[in-house]
Design a binder for this molecule. Structure first.
Ligand SMILES: [Zn+2]
Length: 657
């Protein structure tokens, strides 16, 4: 059946008297989906069971832009009619309270978003993103987060690939013997449709078991076995910590984490299946610069805050992001200590203060708030609230809140009421000041931090903006690494031989801020090239190459085999420096230039491509291959790459004219 966009439009008005969830409760969704990658096609058959709560004359399922959509079998209940308007499947009938219905359909979709087909080196990496994109582009489901359903999904795909979805993988039963290959995943509890996920790719996995017995599955590309430990470092520890801290047992059957190519975000907390960007797959050096720990903890915390209890609407979004940010911070505090915890709170208070100063601050309940507000201000609310009511009341209230609303939906007052109940007093002035008010209460936040942490007091005190005579001493005496970094950023010329004896973090600041290298620091500065930090190496290589032209071959030789992260920043810089060192490896220049151009093609990740385009533009050498890759980049699903590609090609065109 094709689209019926005209005939059935009149149904839409029949629901204007309220949300569908007040009238109908969908209980489960069973589907079998065949994924045809070459044509980016999904062919599915799906079965829905729903219960009528109050009499109604029509029921809908969201289904965006299906190419075909029809009833699979005769409807078992007489008098029902079916139609599809290109965005919703409508079932019309005289629905009576307490009756149960089953509805089957067959569809085909070529999703333009929410399900992405990537191919690299002839291998598929297919993944989904439901939040903000609507799962209903590839699986007729429910755009309303308040409709929670038990999913039971079977996927059919080519052999030799791993198929991963929400819930437990079933070994027997419906669909598990389909050809070429099928995998059935079944959820035990209901969830919102935006949390449905699918990943197909070439993966290996390692498994641990949490203290409470939950299987923790860590997926990785077969070539990345050496990166598994640094990438997933602290996973089990954080899982055990959060289960204990939250006081509510992990609500799902297992917990899987899967990196994918060119993901849209850092990570996404699909129920029991976190998908994250493979830019976080790092080796033990990369771990020191940019690691997965925070994202890992954040998405894990969402399994309770977001997945188990879901905000009813955008107004209460902080109940997801604020909680996930706060609990991630607690998990990191357990690993990295109190100073880390307070420093992160300090940094976010500074950012929130700046946001208000620029006039962009909003109430936490404004659905259009920035991520900074939802995430960091939300976390601050919980930190202040816990300080106010005490650990015991806070933790018991969170536990009660989860217990009361599990597998359901929540709003801000639901949480506050649980706290008030145990605290025994009204929190309305707290709610006004910290949650409702437009500005973040930055002065109160700083006062609290100063009371709670001597470390933050010291950090604030150490300030060399005005170049006091004490600043040289700060670098030599014992102040925290963060305070030393601050001094170096403010007065880089104070760095001496002694300063190099500090930690990796302080040495990283030297490579970042000390750009003019005095002769007497040359040897110490060269030692930065041996640090276990790609950020340090990249900065040091550039600064040394610039400062000591006669030593360029030495620096290039020393760093010739370093790639850096998956964005290959160190490698790209190395190529550019090499091309600009005429007497060094003169025969190799063309090959290196070709390598640089190669990184702009679609085989590589978006960040690497952007970096390569940037360098080619810098040396004014975007050749034909580069230009054609630039054109092709404009239709990528990653908006940053698209934006960059469009800007650069405009710029190049202007120059030509
Ligand atoms: Zn989040």
């Amino acid at each position: 059946m094709k689209k019926f966009s005209i005939i059935f439009l009149f149904f839409i008005s029949s629901l204007s008297y309220g949300q569908q969830t007040d009238y109908v409760d969908f209980l489960d969704l069973r589907a079998t989906l065949t994924i045809v990658p070459d044509s980016s096609l999904v062919r599915g058959s799906a079965s829905y069971t729903f219960k009528i709560l109050k009499p109604i004359d029509s029921v809908f399922i969201d289904a965006k832009d299906m190419s075909t959509c029809k009833v699979l079998t005769d409807l078992p209940n007489n008098g029902l009619s079916f139609s599809y308007d290109g965005s919703k499947i409508w079932i019309k009938g005289d629905f009576k309270s307490d009756s149960l219905y089953v509805f089957n359909l067959q569809y085909e979709a070529k999703p333009k978003k929410a399900l992405y087909f990537l191919k690299r080196k002839d291998e598929w990496n297919i993944w989904t993103q439901g939040q903000g994109k609507y799962t209903s582009h590839w699986l007729p489901s429910f755009d309303d987060v308040n409709e929670k359903v038990k999913f039971d999904l079977t996927f059919v795909f080519e052999d030799d690939y791993t198929i991963i979805s929400n819930g437990k993988k079933m070994v027997k039963g419906l669909g598990t013997n389909l050809k070429p290959q099928s995998a059935r995943y079944k959820m035990e509890h209901p969830m919102s449709s935006y949390l449905v996920a699918l990943v197909i790719g070439k993966y290996n996995k390692t498994t641990e078991v949490s203290k409470s017995g939950i299987p923790l599955e860590y997926y990785y590309y077969p070539q990345d076995s050496l990166k598994v430990e640094p990438t997933y470092r602290y996973s089990k520890r954080m899982f055990d910590f959060l289960e204990d801290e939250i006081g509510f047992a992990f609500p799902w059957q297992n917990y899987k984490q899967v990196p994918v190519h060119d993901f849209l975000y850092a990570g996404m907390e699909n129920t029991s299946l976190t998908i994250f960007s493979d830019a976080f797959v790092v080796d033990s050096i990369g771990f020191n610069d940019k690691n997965y720990v925070n994202v890992n903890a954040h998405e894990l915390a969402h399994q309770w805050f977001g997945d188990l209890v879901t905000a009813k609407s955008g107004e209460h979004h902080w109940l997801q992001e604020g909680f996930a940010t706060y609990y991630a911070l607690l998990a990191e505090r357990d690993i990295f200590g109190d100073n880390y915890f307070y420093f992160k709170l300090f940094e976010s208070a500074v950012d929130l203060g700046k946001q208000d100063f620029s006039g962009k601050g909003t109430s936490l309940l404004n659905p259009k708030s920035s991520s900074l507000t939802f995430y960091q201000r939300g976390a601050w609310v919980l930190h202040v609230l816990r300080t106010k009511v005490g650990d015991q009341v806070f933790r018991r209230a969170v536990k009660n809140y989860l217990e009361k609303y599990k597998f359901g939906n929540v709003e801000t007052s639901d949480f506050i009421l649980e706290v008030e109940r145990l605290y025994g007093r009204s929190l309305s002035s707290f709610v006004n000041l910290w949650i409702k008010q437009k500005d973040f209460s930055v002065d109160n936040a700083f006062d609290l931090l100063k009371k709670q942490s001597t470390y933050i007091n010291e950090y604030i005190m150490v300030d060399c903006q005005a170049k006091s005579s004490k600043c040289a001493e700060y670098l030599n005496y014992y102040v925290s690494d963060e305070a030393k970094v601050k001094v170096i950023s403010q007065v880089p010329e104070l760095v001496t031989k002694e300063t190099f004896k500090n930690s990796l973090k302080v040495r990283q600041a030297i490579s970042k801020y000390v750009k003019k290298i005095p002769k007497d620091l040359k040897t110490d500065y060269e030692s930065l090239l041996d640090d276990k930090s790609y950020v340090t190496i990249e900065g040091a290589l550039y600064n040394l190459w610039t400062a000591f032209p006669e030593e360029r071959p030495k620096y290039l030789f020393k760093t010739r085999n370093i790639d850096g992260f998956s964005d290959k920043k160190v490698r790209l810089l190395w190529i550019i420096l090499n091309l600009n060192t005429p007497f060094y490896e003169a025969d190799n220049k063309q090959e290196l230039y070709n390598e640089l151009v190669r990184y702009t093609n679609s085989e590589y990740n978006a960040d690497l491509r952007i970096n390569a385009f940037q360098y080619l533009n810098l040396i004014k050498s975007c050749n034909e291959d580069c230009l054609s890759n630039l054109e092709n980049a404009k239709s990528h699903h990653n908006w940053r790459l698209v934006k960059y590609a469009k800007q650069l090609s405009e710029q190049l065109k202007e120059k030509q004219e």
